[in-house]
Each structure stands twice: as C-alpha cells, then as structure tokens.
Write a protein that binds this ligand. Structure first.
Ligand code: PLP
Length: 393
C-alpha cells in the first residue's frame, strides 16, 4: 500500500468547493438552486483585460517568464499600491503568483514547523488553519467577534503572542464576516507589534478595494516599523473578477523574498504569461469596472442584510467590506452546519456553515452576495419559508 507522509492527515479543505460541487449536482438533477456559497464575483472580467491576454497569446508570449513575474506587471503592482494606498514598494520585492492563495501557502511554509505557533483569524479563510496544521505548527486562533463589528482586536491579538509565535495572519476586509478593522485598531496592532521584532505578519488584503459606507481600507504596508517583516497578500481574483485566471501578488520584506522566489521555482515556475499581461491591463487600464462592481455589491449588500433581518430569529450585522454577510442564526434552534445543509437540500439555497471557517463561526452562516439581486431575493424568500415551517434538525 502507498504511504504518503503523515502531514496529509492534517491537511484541510475549503468546504465552499464541496458545497459548490453539491449545488451543481443538485442542479444536474433538475433542482433550482440559488448559490450564495462560493466566494467569487458573478461578473465577467472586463473586456479590455481579456483582450490584453488574447493579444499576449497572439504576440507569442507562450514561454516561461521570470519566476517572480514580468517586470511590467511588478511595476504596475507597485504603482497601483502607491496610487491607492500611498505606500512605496519596490517592484523588486513584488512576487506574482497563480492566485493570492499561493502567498499564504509560502508564508506558512516559511514559518510553520513543530514547536512554532502561528496566529490566524477565527472565523477566517479555512486555508490558513489547514496549512498551519500541515506544516506541523500549532494554530492559535484570534477570535473574531460580532460584538466587535467582526474586526480583530489589536489588544487581544497582541495578548496571544508567546515566545513561540512566528507568524500572525490578519485579514481585513474579511472573509467570511465582511468585517473591516478600523484604522485605530490597525494603528494599535502595528505599534504593539513593534515590540515583537521576531514575529512576521501576513496581511491578507485581497478584499482591500471592496469597502462600503465610506469605510477606507487601511493597509499594514503603511507602517515603516513593521515593513521588515510584513508580507502583503493581494491579487486580481476579487477586484477584477478574475478568479479563474489565477493571478495574485504579494509584497515581501527583503529578507524573505529570496525564499519566496525559490519556492516559486520549486513549484509553479511562473504564473501564466498571458495572465500576467492581463494583469498589466487590469492595473493600468480604466478602473470604472471595479467601481461599478463595488457599487453593485453595495446595492445587494443592503438587500441581503435587510432581508436577513426580517427572517425569524436571524440577525445580521451590516458588513463593511468584501461581499459576504454573516448572519447570526443561533436563536433559530439550528446549529450552523446542519442548517446550511438543510437549506441546500430542502430549500435550494447554497450557503456555508460558519464552523467551516473555524470554531468561532458556530452560530453563523455565510452568504456570498456575489449573485443577482433577484436571486438574492429568491433565496431570502426560500429561507424565510424554510425557517417558518421546518423544525430545527
Ligand atoms: N484570501 C482570502 C481571504 C480569500 O477569501 C481568498 C479567496 O477566496 C483568497 C485569499 C485567495 O484568492 P485567490 O487565490 O483566488 O487569489
């Protein structure tokens, strides 16, 4: 019998993909399913970006590129960070990867080993914990609480640091809660982290352009006191509706960049050349598609939150960022995962149970509002009928 290394027994999953597969299964059986499960924009990639990739292929860009990405794209990324966030980043410290997820994989592999502690948001993107466990490190959850507007608390985060802490992962705007951590809290975190020079930080800012109600995104790149150990994760998946293209990028401190480059050489070699040319067009071209998409998410956000708050025993905080609502369902009498499963199987609405994002996700389900307003209304109607008529299972 083949025996793989034991680490695989600790490797987790992203249940959103399993829910998507089940939703597609049910659709094939002829069921009408509204999918509020998967976290990807329901928009097409803007045409000028698609054209840039087609042109790159026609122009013969068919070969490998440098492992860290083509220079015009790394320059465009640095220019975008300067324009949007007013931070100076050298293109030589930018790494282009097939999706932002790769940067978290790399960062966790760099710091995760038995005996090391890595802190991560809970509820949070499930791959954080999965990779920490795979690496053999000890996962230390940073609780993310509704009472705190689903922001992380700087004080609580700092209080969890021990001499074994090697890496802290933070994410704002956040998946799955839609929480945006206020600037004062980010200031306090950066200030407090200055006292822990041996701790690296991975700031997952992939939803940085998706904020609402005048909330502005505060990047951790803006704090010189932690730049020597800060890894920024960003990418095109969400901002430019490019999840399937696989285009992410990250900014690394000088001391870690070479490690990241070597990991790239040892795994994917480089990101698809045509995708990288598309990335240049995305960053350097008109940004109105991004603005329109965020405005449409904002409209749906209001519909989804208003509708959720009308459901029996459900309450939903207003998400300030990303495209997720994370309603509190604890008063319905249901546990979150059985509720999400029954909503899919019986009511034809795909959502994700909060515990798929960590133990602190119990009592909540995640709804992605990356779906049309009509479908959102249909889903809310179905959820209302279901909760009114079905006894908790
Ligand atoms: N980080 C967060 C918080 C996410 O929600 C996602 C995707 O859902 C990613 C990173 C990775 O995105 P990608 O690998 O498509 O760039």
């Amino acid at each position: 019998m083949l025996q793989t290394v034991s680490a695989f027994s600790r490797l987790g999953e992203e249940n959103a993909f399993a829910v998507l597969a089940r939703a597609v299964d049910l659709q094939r059986q002829g069921r009408d399913i509204v999918n509020l499960g998967i976290g990807q924009p329901d928009f097409q990639t803007p045409a000028h970006i698609v054209e840039a990739a087609v042109k790159a292929l026609r122009d013969g860009h068919h070969g490998y590129t440098p492992a860290t990405g083509i220079l015009p794209l790394r320059e465009a990324i640095a220019a975008d960070l300067r324009r949007r966030l007013n931070v100076d980043v050298s293109p030589d410290l930018v790494m282009v990867t097939p999706g932002g997820k790769v940067a978290m994989h790399m960062a966790i592999l760099m710091f995760g080993e038995p005996g090391a502690e890595i802190m991560y948001p809970d509820p949070g993107f499930p791959i954080y914990r999965s990779m920490i466990e795979y690496a053999g490190a000890t996962p230390v959850p940073i609780p993310i609480r509704e009472g705190n507007g689903f922001a992380f608390s700087a004080q609580e985060t700092l209080s969890l640091i021990t001499p074994k802490t090697r890496l802290i992962i933070v994410n704002s705007p956040a998946n799955p809660t839609g929480g945006v951590t206020p600037k004062a809290e980010i200031d306090a975190l950066a200030k407090g982290l200055a006292k822990f020079p041996d701790v690296a930080i991975l700031s997952d800012e992939i939803y940085g352009q998706m904020t609402y109600d005048g909330e502005t995104h505060q990047t951790l790149l803006a704090y010189p006191e932690i730049r020597d150990r800060l890894i920024l994760l960003d990418g095109a998946s969400k901002t430019y509706a490019m999840t399937g293209w696989r285009l992410g990028w990250s900014v690394w401190p000088t001391s870690l960049y070479e490690n990241a480059r070597k990991l790239a050489v040892n795994s994917f070699s480089c990101t698809s050349a045509a995708t990288q040319f598309a990335g240049v067009a995305a960053l350097e071209g008109p940004q109105d598609a991004v603005r329109d998409m965020v405005a449409e998410f904002d409209r749906r956000r209001k519909i989804v939150v208003e509708g959720l708050n009308c459901l029996p025993n459900v309450s939903a905080a207003i998400p300030k960022g990303a495209f997720y609502a994370f309603p509190n369902i604890s008063r319905t009498g249901w546990k979150a995962k059985p509720l999400a499963a029954a909503l899919l199987e019986e009511a034809g609405v795909a959502t994700i149970g909060g515990p798929d994002f960590g133990v602190h996700g119990e009592g909540y389900i995640r709804l992605s509002y990356a779906n049309s307003a009509d479908n959102i209304r249909k889903a809310l109607g179905r959820m209302g009928d279901f909760l009114a008529n079905r006894k908790p299972g």
